[in-house]
Design a protein around this ligand. Structure first.
Ligand code: MG
Ligand code: MG
Length: 250
């Protein structure tokens, strides 16, 4: 586990500001007819113009800047030329390397008007992320994050994915510790100021089971149900959680 200095956390905030700029601009662009390849090209240009490097491009061979995960795709979808359709949901995951430090965040968006169950999935997943983040407290326990996520998701009748988890982040995209979105409370390491965690619940309408396509990346729900994904990079501070790349709530 690597603890960051205040100066390093400011650089990670800057990296995450680029990520948030990309995600917000993509949210403005998502509409029926646009392709995930269009969104990917826009994201790469935006990151490079800001002085960053796309963190996922060529990561273990991943072929794009964004992971774009439509409907039953949980995470790691590869951008393609299929237009998004009214009623789809799409998870956009973006990573940026800036001045030696990584930022990593994801949001799921609706495409046009979606049905009420899809809308509820997006709301529950985003809320689960924020409840997990509330547990990022000095001297808190790591497993309290996942327990808060799982409790909220399962109370809503949805399931949390086990195969993929959140992670520490810093000068590497993925550092220790792993941050599961499930488990009993009060366990695991004690959170210390300077620890930075990427917290990222992946939530399925149906069962939590996962299958991966023959491309080796695209992870789908085994039962074909919808899945959503939200992520923030969060620093532990003496004043509680600090979501990087985002101005503190007024
Ligand atoms: Mg991510
Ligand atoms: Mg991540």
């Amino acid at each position: 586990m690597v603890l960051k200095t205040d100066g390093e956390i400011e650089l990670m905030d800057a990296a995450n500001r680029i990520v948030q700029e990309v995600l917000s601009a993509i949210g403005d662009r998502i509409e029926p007819g646009i392709t995930t390849r269009d969104l990917d090209a826009f994201a790469e240009a935006t990151i490079r113009r800001a002085g960053g490097v796309p963190a996922f491009l060529n990561y273990k061979g991943f072929p794009a800047t964004l992971c774009t995960s439509v409907n039953d795709v949980i995470v790691h979808g590869i951008p393609n030329d299929k237009p998004l359709c009214e009623g789809d949901i799409v998870g956009i995951d973006c990573g940026v390397l800036y001045q030696g430090y990584y930022g990593d965040s994801a949001r799921s968006f609706s495409v046009g008007k979606v049905d009420p169950e899809a809308e509820r999935l997006l709301t529950v997943t985003k809320t689960a992320l924020m409840l997990g983040i509330e547990q990022v407290q000095k001297d808190g326990r790591l497993s309290d994050i996942g327990n808060a996520v799982q409790t909220h998701v399962e109370a809503a009748g949805f399931s949390v994915v086990r195969e993929f988890v959140g992670h520490g982040i810093g000068t590497s995209l993925h550092e220790d510790p792993q941050v599961p979105n499930f488990g009993a409370p009060g366990r695991g390491l004690r959170l210390r100021p300077g620890l930075v965690l990427a917290i990222e619940p992946m939530v399925n309408v149906g069962s939590s089971s996962v299958k991966v396509d023959s491309d080796g990346w695209t992870a789908r729900t085994a039962d074909g149900s919808l899945s959503a994904h939200f992520e923030f990079s969060v620093a532990v501070t003496t004043d509680g959680p600090r979501i990087l790349g985002v101005d503190a709530a007024a």
